[in-house]
Design a protein around this ligand. Structure first.
Ligand SMILES: C[S@@+](CC[C@H](N)C(=O)[O-])C[C@H]1O[C@@H](n2cnc3c(N)ncnc32)[C@H](O)[C@@H]1O
Length: 231
């Protein structure tokens, strides 16, 4: 019998609390395997792509891409995450206010990485836009279901016309747990993104780790899609 669990509604302050209490088990201490394998697809062969990481946390992927010569920009709600990113990679940083907003910009000195620290819903294309690539692992999948209708136009507005939106989608048995992260199947991706983007399947891997096993799951798929703006 189906007993699909209702998703939980989570706010940016809940995430900030999680960071301040050291609860960040989604964080990987290595580059994400999908990015490592498909980096050339992600940056479309460019030597110095401008890459956006919405909901970036302190992902290792940012430093890894910057070391390859790319310009990396994150958006993250927690200042703890931005500070830890600096500490993890021994990077000094300057903190600058973004006028007219409550967002602060963390600019790391020895790496081509900057993180806008603030609520993603306050971010808009007048702050920065024209990204060649968006790398979204743990962004779309964690937002509240009701926020999807504003997330898609936001991301679309930040992309350059031929940019690639690389989206990692999680799929698991929704009878076992509720999100976040929220589970989405292939049909869901078409339904949610199909109006705005052309969608191409790239790769899929079972990423079941002790964390997901502890939730009672027996599979946890991460599927990578390449989305481009419908012209
Ligand atoms: C599941 S984590 C993924 C982090 C990162 N992408 C990774 O792969 O490690 C989601 C991140 O989104 C951040 N976040 C959640 N809500 C946010 C919001 N409204 N604005 C900005 N950041 C937010 C959280 O603080 C957290 O670091």
């Amino acid at each position: 019998m189906s007993d699909v669990k209702e998703p939980r509604v989570v706010h940016v302050d809940d995430w900030r609390k999680a960071w301040s209490e050291g609860r960040n088990k989604w964080h990987l201490d290595h580059v994400h395997p999908h990015l490592e394998k498909h980096v050339d697809v992600a940056v479309n062969g460019k030597a110095n792509a401008k890459v956006l990481f919405p909901f970036c946390g302190k992902t290792y992927d940012m430093k890894w891409l910057a070391d390859k010569g790319h310009e990396v920009v994150g958006i993250e709600g927690s200042e703890v995450a931005a500070k830890q990113f600096g500490e993890d990679h021994h990077l000094q940083y300057n903190v600058l206010p973004i006028e007219g907003t409550s967002i602060k910009l963390y600019k790391y000195v020895e790496a081509n990485v900057r993180i806008y620290v603030g609520d993603v819903w306050e971010f808009n294309r007048s702050i920065e836009c024209n990204f060649d690539t968006v790398w979204d692992r743990g962004g779309f999948t964690i937002i509240n279901i009701d926020d999807r209708k504003k997330y898609i136009p936001l991301i679309a507005s930040l992309m350059a016309p031929h940019a690639r939106y690389m989206l990692v989608i999680d799929s698991y048995d929704r009878n076992v747990i509720h999100g976040p992260p929220h589970s989405v199947e292939k049909e869901g991706v078409d339904e949610i993104f199909g109006e705005t983007f052309d969608i191409k399947y790239v790769d899929k891997k079972d990423s079941l780790k002790p964390l997901q096993k502890s939730w009672g799951l027996t599979f946890f798929d991460e599927t990578l899609y390449q989305l481009t703006l419908k012209l």
